[in-house]
Design a protein. Structure first.
Length: 295
């Protein structure tokens, strides 16, 4: 295969905002507000105020959501494997003083520098699909989560039709390897997918995306993700979030729209199917109370 280590990183070529220095104005986004509502719902399930809980954003990027949570008075931290993203979020430590840095690097073998059971809520938003060794991450999430805590993980479903990072249709359904890489390069050279930055050819962008698909995205079925987490002591529930979203819609709607939602609510197993084709949201709880090393 022609791909080599000299190929630029997809994230750098696609104008990923996580490389840009975070500003206070970036913190209040609709996406953060939505995520926050999910966390509030989980806090309610625990019978606690979210402001009394410790929250970890695992795979936090430049820490936008950590900043959002801090702006609400929540004891939030973020961890990340990419040092450049952490550097872009450096402003958070001057905005919100704490005895610990708000954002920290994930160490060797995926270890994070917080004590066992330190967090009441952990969110991993759009992270699992980038994790090569999900079992290591699941074991660390298990270690970090309080015995009554909740994990919320959101990720693009295995069979989402358009791949959400490089915007090609269905190629991520294929197994990794020469066929997938060849098809990606062909489609990108024909003008599909994320456009190259100025000065880069489509042929090179095809290589960049093929390399990204090969080494930085890992699509797995929900069943496999649930099995990996379960083996490390976390039981995932894929219905809770769709159910909660429907309840919120029912509460806010009226007239014909309300009737439509009532009808959809009857078909909830079908709604849960969206988990296979759209963004999937699963809630995890510990089903084993002591960490068994090597489990
Ligand atoms: C698509 S970004 C999402 C960032 C952020 N959660 C958000 O919603 O904006 C995925 C992030 O996960 C991070 N990541 C990937 N693998 C990781 C791992 N094993 N441990 C921690 N972070 C990881 C990446 O560096 C990247 O910042």
């Amino acid at each position: 295969m022609e791909l080599s280590g000299s190929i630029p990183k997809f994230r750098e070529c696609s104008g990923d905002r996580k490389y840009r220095d975070l500003r206070q104005a970036d913190l209040q986004t609709d996406d953060s507000a939505k995520l926050f509502r999910h966390l509030e719902n989980l806090a309610q399930r625990s019978g606690r105020e979210i402001t009394s809980m410790r929250v970890l954003d695992f795979g936090c990027g430049r820490g936008e959501f950590v900043g959002y949570l801090r702006s609400k008075g929540i004891h939030a931290y973020g961890v990340e494997i990419d040092e450049k993203f952490l550097a872009a979020g450096a402003v958070l430590d001057s905005l919100y003083r704490d005895e610990r840095p708000l954002l920290a690097l994930v160490g060797v073998e995926g270890k994070v520098g917080f004590p066992d059971g330190y967090f009441d809520l952990i969110i991993a938003n759009q992270v699992f699909e980038h994790v090569a060794q999900l079992d290591l991450v699941a074991a660390e999430l298990y270690r970090l989560l309080d015995s009554r805590g909740y994990l919320l993980t959101l990720f693009p479903a295995r069979f989402k039709v358009i791949e959400p990072h490089y915007h090609l249709t269905m190629v991520h359904w294929l197994p990794k390897g020469p066929l997938q890489q060849g098809l990606i390069r062909l489609l990108v050279s024909l003008g599909f997918g994320v456009a190259p930055p100025e000065g880069m050819s489509r042929q090179m962008m095809g290589k960049v995306i093929a390399e990204y698909a090969q080494s930085e995205t890992f699509y797995r079925s929900n069943k496999l993700i649930a099995e990996v987490c379960n083996a490390k002591g976390i039981a995932l529930d894929f219905r809770l979030v769709p159910e909660h979203m429907l309840k919120m819609k029912l509460a806010r709607s009226s007239g014909l729209q309300h009737l439509v939602y009532v009808f959809v609510a009857r078909l909830l197993p079908l709604v849960a199917l969206r988990n296979s084709f759209k963004t999937c949201a699963a809630v995890g709880r510990k089903h084993r109370l002591e960490y068994e090393s090597g489990a």
